[in-house]
Design a protein around this ligand. Structure first.
Ligand SMILES: Nc1ncnc2c1ncn2[C@@H]1O[C@H](COP(=O)(O)OP(=O)(O)OP(=O)(O)O)[C@@H](O)[C@H]1O
Ligand SMILES: [Mg+2]
Length: 237
């Protein structure tokens, strides 16, 4: 490893295990990432870093923590049969599967023109995404947006939830905290918990997503489509 590279990875080394740092390094070697440039978010399950590619485009790099006990507890409900098998054998491989799932579901959504950050690649527990924001400043979460057109934003979100379901996916962690407001549109992020339509709890998760979104917009005085009516509209169009 070149000295410059190891300096760039020094911040990662403070938080992550050796194999995660090696994964980050392999993305640099493959020229997907040029360098890391600060932290965007530190969650219980992951950290999100700002990075640059070789053409100076900004990236959001989400790194899942392999050592988080909270993550380990919370993950089970959202795994499919294969994921559960991995989980019971080796937690690390379940985290890799989780990261792969987030990438694949984001890709399906992106290809269906749903507003999500473009997924660029993934490896092990690292997911590389298009950065949403301007001048290096990340787009705000919907919860922190005040002077916006709520009616229009709600309509876009209803459409996106519906389209996503038509693609066979339920987000399962949807709320004003997992939506970024970018270029006057809502973007769905954080697909780690998302499940396929055939997951045993998919419809329960869909109804919960609908309730969360409706609650937020009701508080913003939008005349929302009632929870069960919207659920019907999405599941039995
Ligand atoms: N593509 C992106 N562009 C810009 N910022 C992003 C992007 N993806 C994530 N972020 C930033 O990182 C934060 C956390 O991302 P995300 O919700 O995917 O991770 P998380 O593990 O759920 O974290 P938390 O537990 O804090 O919700 C977002 O609220 C946002 O500020
Ligand atoms: Mg989140």
């Amino acid at each position: 490893m070149k000295e410059k590279d190891s300096e760039r990875l020094a911040t990662l080394e403070e938080v992550f295990d050796h194999s995660t740092v090696m994964t980050a390094y392999s993305l640099i070697r493959k020229k997907i990432i040029d360098h890391f440039d600060g932290t965007l978010s530190t969650g219980k399950e992951s950290r999100v870093y700002l990075a640059f590619d070789l053409n100076n485009n900004l990236l959001a790099v989400k790194i899942y923590l392999i050592t988080s006990a909270e993550f380990k507890r919370g993950m089970r409900l959202y795994l499919d049969e294969y994921g559960l098998k991995l989980y019971n054998k080796n937690f690390r491989s379940a985290v890799f599967y989780w990261c792969e799932k987030e990438f694949k579901h984001l890709k399906i959504a992106y290809d269906a023109n749903i507003n999500v950050p473009k997924p660029i690649t993934y490896k092990n527990n690292i997911l590389v995404l298009e950065f949403l924001g301007e001048d290096g400043k990340p787009a705000p979460i919907l919860a922190e947006c005040y002077d916006i057109d709520y009616e229009k934003t709600y309509d876009i979100l209803v459409n996106d939830i519906k389209n996503l379901f038509n693609c066979g996916i339920v987000h399962a962690d949807l709320s004003e905290y997992n939506i970024l407001y970018h270029k006057e549109k809502p973007y769905l992020i954080d697909f780690g918990q998302s499940v396929k339509k055939n997951h045993p709890n998919a419809l329960y998760f869909l109804l919960r997503d609908i309730k969360n979104i409706n609650k937020f917009f009701r508080e913003r005085k939008v005349s929302v489509i009632e929870d069960y009516e919207l659920f019907e509209k999405i599941t039995n169009p």
